[in-house]
Design a protein. Structure first.
Length: 110
């Protein structure tokens, strides 16, 4: 629970809400369900390969267009990397409904 507290910066009430059983069966809580989904998607298996391939596919257009960068190819590397990696990874996960296509969402996230 300590890890979740640090990552989410959530209140004790919020953490309690996350651990409430959402079902009438043996499954327990949103936090446990979310952890399982993330773990399954990021485990070394077929799902991770699919996500990694999709991310690389989405990343390629950004990397292959470096010669089109104005100002003699000068960029703020950290800003650019943050943008393209965030966009490629979120495109791989969210697909066409990716909220990171909205600049206001991106600004709020970072």
């Amino acid at each position: 629970m300590m890890f979740v507290e640090r990552i989410l910066a959530s209140s004790k009430e919020g953490l309690k809400t996350l651990s409430v059983n959402l079902y009438d069966d043996a499954r327990w809580g949103c936090m446990a369900e979310s952890r399982k989904v993330m773990h399954d998607a990021l485990s070394p298996a077929q799902d991770l390969g699919i996500v990694a391939h999709s991310m690389a596919t989405h990343l390629w257009p950004h990397v292959s267009s470096l010669e089109k960068i104005p100002n003699g190819g000068r960029i703020h590397l950290h800003r650019w990397l943050k943008h393209v990696i965030c966009r490629a990874s979120s495109d791989a996960v969210w697909g066409p409904k990716n909220p990171f296509h909205d600049p206001k969402f991106v600004d709020g996230f970072w």
